[in-house]
Design a protein around this ligand. Sequence first.
Ligand code: ZN
Length: 185
Amino acid sequence: MSSNIRIKKTCLYCNKEFIAQRTTTKYCSHKCNQRHYKELQRNKKIEKVNSSENEIKIKNLDVLKNKDFLSISEISQLFGVSRTTIWRLCKYDKLKSVKIGKSRFISRKQLEFLFSTDDELETIQPYAKEVVYKEEDYYSVLEIQEKYNMSQSAVYNLVKRNNLSKITIWKNIFIPKTEIEAVFS
Ligand SMILES: [Zn+2]
């Protein structure tokens, strides 16, 4: 009976049209059936590998979150930004980094400083290149307020009145300690 059935079907593997004798037939030939089976098995394996790679990536991220010092590649992984972006932040002293061997490392504290403002990493502009910003050489406005018991506007007035040099990093103003101390000496 079944040999009388003729159904026009398209092979699931090679897409060729063929005449099937059973409604359940999916392939034009045994060869196509085998090949497709192998392909599906292979895809399953790849999927498995990919998902375990993702697991490793997530684990790595967890490790990174607990490190005190991070390399440029690690930071770029952590934030999903390019290494160039991070490198640029180091180059323009927005991020203090230490070179050990061939790698540059940045402390977690530096990253926290970076995030104390709400600017985006990509929008930063390098300030005048001749100014070398070293965190320990500068006071923030807040630090001056606290140290000399002044209001914020009083600090701004002081800087303006004495024509003190200042640098702005991500909307925060920093004034060289030497200049502030000279005013108060
Ligand atoms: Zn086929």
